[in-house]
Structure formats: C-alpha cells, structure tokens
Ligand binder design. Sequence first.
Ligand SMILES: Cc1cc2nc3c(=O)[nH]c(=O)nc-3n(C[C@H](O)[C@H](O)[C@H](O)COP(=O)(O)OP(=O)(O)OC[C@H]3O[C@@H](n4cnc5c(N)ncnc54)[C@H](O)[C@@H]3O)c2cc1C
Length: 404
Amino acid sequence: MDFAFSAEDNELRASIQAFIKEHLTEEVRRDLQETVVGEGYTSRARKFLEMIRERGWSAVSWPTQYGGQGRSRIAQFIVEEEFHRAAGLGVGGGGTGAPAILASGTEAQKQEFIPGSISLDIIFCQGYSEPQCGTDLAGIRCRATRVDDTYVINGQKIYTTNAQNSSHIFLMVRTDPGSHRHAGLSVLLVPMNTPGITVRPLWTIQHDPRAPATTTYAEPRTNEVFFDNVVVPASCLLGAEGDGWRVAQRGLNLDRVGARRYLISVMRDEDIVNFLKNGGELSEEKRNDPSVRDKVAELWIEGQVCRLMTMRSLSIEENGGNFTYEGSAEKVFAPEHGVRATEAISQILGPYAQLLNGSSLAIKEGVFAHNLLGAFQSTVNHGSVQVMRDQVARKGLGMPRQKS
Ligand SMILES: Cc1cc2nc3c(=O)[nH]c(=O)nc-3n(C[C@H](O)[C@H](O)[C@H](O)COP(=O)(O)OP(=O)(O)OC[C@H]3O[C@@H](n4cnc5c(N)ncnc54)[C@H](O)[C@@H]3O)c2cc1C
C-alpha cells in the first residue's frame, strides 16, 4: 500500500501554494475575514475568490458536466488543506450544500445549483437547528404545507450561520403535519430573497471583543431566520417528500468531512510546535521543559490521527462507499483534540494567554484565548460530540439505542 500523494497531486499542491504566495495579501486576508460579520464580500475578496474559481479549484472533485474538474477527493483534500491553512478559507467543494445536491438532486437541480455554486452566485446556508431542537433534530417544527404546485413555509430556524451572505437555505421542514420524529421531514432549497424571510443576527462569544483574524473558528455571528408564509415552488424539494432525514444525514456527513474540519483543531497544536522551533512567546526554560516536550509529542501524534481519520472517510467515498460513523468518529476526535491543544497552550504560556483581544496584556491580540473559545464551539456546531459518540456506538459498534 502506498500512502504517498501522486505526482499529479503534489503538483496541484505546489501550484496552489505559489498562487497563495502571490495573491493572498494582508488586505485580501482581512477582507475575507470581514465577510463573516455581514457586510458581504468586498470587491477585493471577490476578485481573489474569482481567481480561485478560474483555476478550477473551487469545484475540483465535482463532475465535469456541471463545471467541476472531476478530480479525486484527495485532490479536493489538498485544495481544502492549502486554503484553510493559509486563509481559513473553505474552498474545494465541502461545506457548500452542493455535495448533498449531487447525491440527492434531480438533473434540473444539479444543472441549476452546481454551476451557480462554483461561480459563487449560489451560496447555501444550513437551516437545520431550531430553538427547541439542535441535537434532537427529529423534533423539527418548521413546517411546509403543500398547496397545489407550491410549499408554504412557516416557522423559525436558529444558528443559521452565514445566512446574511447566502442566496439559498438548505431548509429542513416538516411536510407531514401528523408525522412524528424522523418521518414526514423534507429538505427544501429555498431562495433567501423570497418574501416572508427575515434574518436577524445572533452574535457569538467571539464578537465582543472581536477575535483577531488569525483565530480558528472565530465565527462572530450566526443568525435566526424566520419564515412567515413563505411560498416556494414545489420544485424546490430535494429528494422525495418525507425522505428529508435520509437526504439531510447524507448531506451533513458529506459536508462534515474534509481537511478543513481537521485543520481547525490540528493547527492549534502546530502553534506549540512553532513556539518550540522559533521561540516567540515561549521562554528558554519552557522550551527545554521535558513536560512541555512530552505534551507537544502527544498532541502532534493526535494531530496525525485526525488527518488520517479524515483521509479514511475520503477514501471510502472515493471508492464508492458511504462513510457514516467514520465521519462521526472524526467529528469527536478532532474538535476534542483542538480543546486539548488550546488548553495546553494556555497552560504552557501561562495566564496572559487567557486574556482576550483588547486587553493591553493579551498575547498576540488574545488569539490563544479566542482559539480556546473556538475549540469549544467546534465541539457543538455541526452536531455535538456527544451525539457523534452515539452515532459511533450505534452505527460503528452496532450497540442498541439506550432505553430511556
Ligand atoms: C457557532 C455555531 C454555528 C452553528 N451553525 C449552524 C448552522 O449553520 N445551521 C444549523 O442548522 N445549526 C447550526 N448550529 C447549531 C448546532 O448544530 C447546534 O447548536 C447543535 O446541534 C447542538 O444543539 P443545541 O444548541 O440545541 O443544544 P442542545 O441540543 O440543547 O444540547 C446541549 C448539550 O447537551 C448535549 N446533549 C443533548 N442531548 C443529548 C443526549 N441525548 N445525549 C447526550 N448529550 C446530549 C449536547 O451534546 C450538548 O452538549 C451552530 C451552532 C453553533 C454554536
């Protein structure tokens, strides 16, 4: 078995690195970061994203008939890895909603949404969670009533990240009013400019004080989205009516796994390695402390496990399989690794590393304290680690559901 990347993949990585070196200026980096608070993409950020698209990297593994490059998931992994590491940017096909449409959409939906997702004319936000159901997603109340050739939507979503910049929402609704739990749910692809939709900001713990641009998971804003008699054509339905649970689970799994997810956590143990190599915030005494060195070795090994877990899921997908609990296992291990790494940094650097941005004594604009907050955040969003453990137990180990 050969674990090495192919010459073609290495070439791809080198060309992306050269591109980043040339075009990712400090200004562009700042503009990309600003987008998340709701001002939309600046012309500089758009131009940078446009250049990525022109090179085919924004859809590297998507089918060629819809404008993708038809390359492997490993190529996608490389694109994601390079852009996330350089700019915290999600590029390459994961996390966009498009993989779910490729998996469950009609031909017309693929023709409509995939080229649009590549050109960034279509940007999806994810409308799953509601005020009374996040973990317990099967408790969804937002409803869509079929009226002739339309659905009429009423209800509320919460934590809808990036809704302010999105053209569409991947919306999970209850289409059968008499249904219970997982049955009777459907997914609708709803344009955000449909009358009756209201987006309200929900500021996170990273907003005040604002996390510095280099923070991992600096999400300062998510949203509440309200639907008041929103009418959409029935052709917005993704998959079959009532089959929304399966459609959404598949979509969530495909979105969950990627280099980005593991790097969110792993880049934090790399911080410590960099301190040891380059000094910086770390005193000579700390750098030579055996317990620090032991901790770094332990975290580094964990980081490699995160990376391999991601690649395992991609490899299953690449070989025509459907990963299920494998992605959940990675969603437990990587975020918790991020927590362990950011906690270790606080312990190694001492109390000043716990001060947030704005404090005159904070180290590096408080980035380590903000990273710690972000690490905890990533154990909750996109499905909490407790729920992922449950998936591993049931789907991976075949254990029975706990009797309540
Ligand atoms: C920053 C951020 C961005 C997000 N973005 C989006 C988004 O774009 N779209 C979207 O739809 N959602 C989004 N979410 C929502 C996220 O998916 C939910 O927060 C998550 O699923 C948890 O749901 P909850 O907040 O309702 O917490 P709860 O369901 O109330 O859970 C609270 C805690 O209890 C634990 N718990 C609950 N039930 C059990 C159980 N049976 N066994 C063991 N432990 C349990 C959970 O694991 C969690 O730790 C986002 C969340 C955050 C924090």
